[in-house]
Design a protein around this ligand. Structure first.
Ligand SMILES: *Cc1c(COP(=O)(O)O)cnc(C)c1O
Length: 389
């Protein structure tokens, strides 16, 4: 069967302004990167704390490689679970204030593993409409029923929970929504889960390291969730964003973690991540906890951006996190704005459907503790000029 039908689809995407392209980075990740041969100021990455190319992490990775080599060589259940993976899991549990933690290779795989291990055909996943794709894909793979509720609409969620006769109920939500930057109403979600005896899976990919005074994430952000942490919470976070490295983990009750080791297929049937990454992550956790200035800087930069952008046509969406989306509307306009910024040496991605709902294409501005106030002012000035053109 020839692939010509695919070329037609590709052409259609191009015509609709939806064709995705990769850009080639010739430098380490950072706020100033060399991309496709040009030096640009980047507001693109999820490296919120500026740790992805931090010398102390690089050094820890090298030391980890010297001690454990580069490859894990096997899955965790066979012979790939090294002492440094084990130590990292203990440190992650301590850091998040939860009883136990389990490392996964990626956040995508963690969500697949958690949801398929907990829900089968008789289970129902209740999901915010703006949840990350991996949570939705997981429900399909689990063959569970999926009920989606409008973004943040707790009244609809409550009706769905009340009407459900599912054997197992799992409410899943991004803790910080990846394309909007707003924070989920976690205490209210938890109260509903308690009332209707459901589990609560919090995907804190964008809160871990960023929220809370000590960077412990969304659970620290909401003081009502401080220790002892409610035992029906399944906490999941990624380690490739603010933590600056790679990987993800689940944390929660000891029985939960023990069950995931038995039943999470994306944990069992895959090679353990290189132990050198776990070594780098131990260093990352130390910096996240100690260097509170990184979160203070982020808060200051959010203020500079929101205070500086007196936009008429385009609107910054409500967000107190380093994800600061500027709503544009049509995909073509968003792409054009992104290209115009690029010509001014500034990199901000246009996020289009199907990643976000139709008609809500946006510039997804992300801030990093490695940005200076002057960097953000440069972005504000450029956006202001674009609007007036
Ligand atoms: C990035 C992201 C993931 C996936 O994590 P990876 O480690 O990149 O696979 C999962 N959930 C959310 C909300 C994310 O933003």
């Amino acid at each position: 069967m020839p692939f010509s039908s695919l070329s037609l689809e590709l052409q259609q995407r191009e015509a609709d302004g939806l064709l995705r392209r990769r850009r080639v980075l010739q430098s380490p990740q950072g706020v100033r990167v060399r991309m496709d041969g040009e030096d640009v100021l980047s507001f693109c990455s999820n490296d919120y704390l500026g740790l992805a190319s931090h010398p102390a992490l690089v050094e820890a990775a090298c030391a980890g490689a010297r001690r454990f080599g580069v490859g894990a060589g096997a899955s965790h259940l066979v012979s790939g679970h090294t002492a440094v993976h084990h130590e990292l899991e203990q440190k992650l549990a301590e850091f998040t204030g939860l009883p136990a933690a389990l490392l996964f290779s990626t956040g995508y795989m963690a969500n697949l593993g958690i949801i398929t291990a907990l829900l089968g055909r008789g289970g129902t996943l209740f999901a915010d409409k703006l949840n990350h794709a991996s949570l939705n894909d997981a429900a399909l793979l689990a063959r569970a029923r999926m009920m989606r509720y409008p973004h943040g609409d707790l009244a609809v969620l409550e009706r769905q929970l009340a009407a459900s006769t599912a054997r197992r109920k799992l409410v899943a939500s991004d803790a910080v929504f990846s394309m909007d930057g707003d924070i989920a109403p976690v205490p209210e979600l938890l109260a509903l889960c308690e009332k209707y005896d459901a589990w609560l899976l919090l995907d804190d990919a964008h809160g871990f390291g960023v929220l809370g005074k000590n960077g412990r994430g969304t659970l620290e952000h909401f003081s009502s969730l401080l220790a002892p942490r409610p035992s029906r919470i399944i906490y999941m976070a990624t380690l490739g964003k603010a933590a600056g490295v790679f990987g993800a983990f689940a944390a929660g009750a000891p029985e939960l973690i023990a069950w995931l080791v038995q039943a999470a297929r994306s944990y069992i049937y895959t090679t353990a991540t290189p132990p050198l990454l776990a070594a780098a992550l131990l260093e990352s956790l130390r910096i996240i906890a100690e260097e509170t200035w990184r979160r203070e800087r982020l808060a200051e930069l959010v203020d500079v951006l929101r205070g500086g952008l007196k936009s008429q046509r385009w609107r910054l969406m409500p967000s107190e996190t380093p994800i600061q989306p500027l709503l544009i509307g049509s995909s073509q306009s968003a792409v054009r704005a992104s290209e115009n910024l690029r010509q001014r040496g500034i990199l901000v991605p246009a996020i289009r459907p199907p990643t976000v709902p139709q008609g809500t294409a946006r510039l997804r501005i992300t801030l990093s503790a490695a940005h200076s106030v002057a960097d953000v002012r440069q972005l504000v000035d450029a956006l202001q000029q674009l609007e007036n053109e």
